[in-house]
Design a protein around this ligand. Structure first.
Ligand SMILES: C[S@@+](CC[C@H](N)C(=O)[O-])C[C@H]1O[C@@H](n2cnc3c(N)ncnc32)[C@H](O)[C@@H]1O
Length: 256
């Protein structure tokens, strides 16, 4: 569902083994056999991409500190698109929350599992597409997502936002960090980030440039006004917490 143009959902899902042991295996739910826009080359260069993205350390820490202010013991927490665990790590470090960490890529889940080994008692991993999982999940108090939703087409973003709203308890919070372009200087901010990719391998640079340019197309790009007005129409009350260049962190609340 997060693939560009002609992607069609497979008629049935398949279980995948992702090399986790014992009871942890039980935490890995069925995996939809679908293509992920965060392709192999990007996954290989993910660490460097994060390190040369200025929003990465600041907004992640702010996400964790904001979460800490709002979290109550026993709240149910899901992260959609956990990747290697970089966004979950500060949340786990700053709070005592138990988290369900979901990613469509079993490979990312495997890396996150290693990276977050010291928190293993508080983490459950799910290797599945976010939307398919939410369709049958129980309600949550918090749904977090960092640098993932830009991968969805606008059609799928709207489906996902609606589903997140449906799956939050009343008073529940959706905290999103992502590329939400301001109304002015969009292209300048894109170019600023593209220039930093010169430090990647040739292939990595080619793939991330094409990924970023697609993200910037009207099919994918999250502009401030559009993003906030879609979320408000769904029923969320939005608080924008901070911005670094083109990245934003916001808290969207499902009110009574
Ligand atoms: C750029 S990484 C972000 C990872 C992490 N949250 C962070 O902030 O560094 C985006 C992640 O979203 C995952 N992803 C993409 N489409 C997804 C989907 N439909 N459902 C769940 N995860 C998805 C990718 O596999 C990738 O790990």
């Amino acid at each position: 569902m997060n693939e560009k143009s002609s992607f069609v959902l497979p008629p049935h899902s398949e279980s995948v083994r992702i090399g986790l042991a014992g009871s942890e295996m039980g935490n890995i739910l069925n995996q939809k056999n679908m293509k992920n826009r965060y392709g192999k080359k990007l996954r290989e260069e993910n660490r460097k991409i994060l390190e040369i993205s200025p929003a990465s350390p600041t907004l992640r820490t702010i996400m964790a500190l904001e979460f800490k202010k709002l979290f109550r013991t026993a709240d149910r927490v899901l992260e959609i698109g956990c990747g290697e665990g970089d966004s979950a790590e500060p949340v786990l470090a700053y709070t005592s929350a138990n988290m369900e960490l979901l990613d469509e890529s079993p490979e990312m889940v495997r890396i996150a599992k290693q990276r977050l080994a010291r928190y293993k008692k508080r983490v459950t991993f799910i290797a599945e597409d976010g939307l398919s999982y939410l369709e049958r999940s129980k309600p949550y108090d918090f749904i977090l997502s960092s640098w993932t939703i830009h991968n969805f087409t606008w059609e799928d973003k709207v489906k996902l936002f609606r589903m997140i709203y449906r799956k939050l308890r009343t008073g529940g919070l959706f905290i999103m960090m992502d590329k939400v372009y301001p109304e002015r200087d969009k292209k300048k901010l894109l170019d600023l980030q593209l220039a930093r990719y010169r430090y990647l391998s040739k292939l990595g640079m080619r793939e991330i440039m094409s990924h970023e340019r697609n993200d910037f197309s009207s099919r994918y790009r999250m502009d401030e006004q559009k993003t906030y007005s879609v979320l408000r129409r769904i029923g969320f009350h939005i608080r924008v917490i901070d911005r670094v260049e083109r990245d934003v962190i916001m808290v969207a609340k499902k009110e009574l």
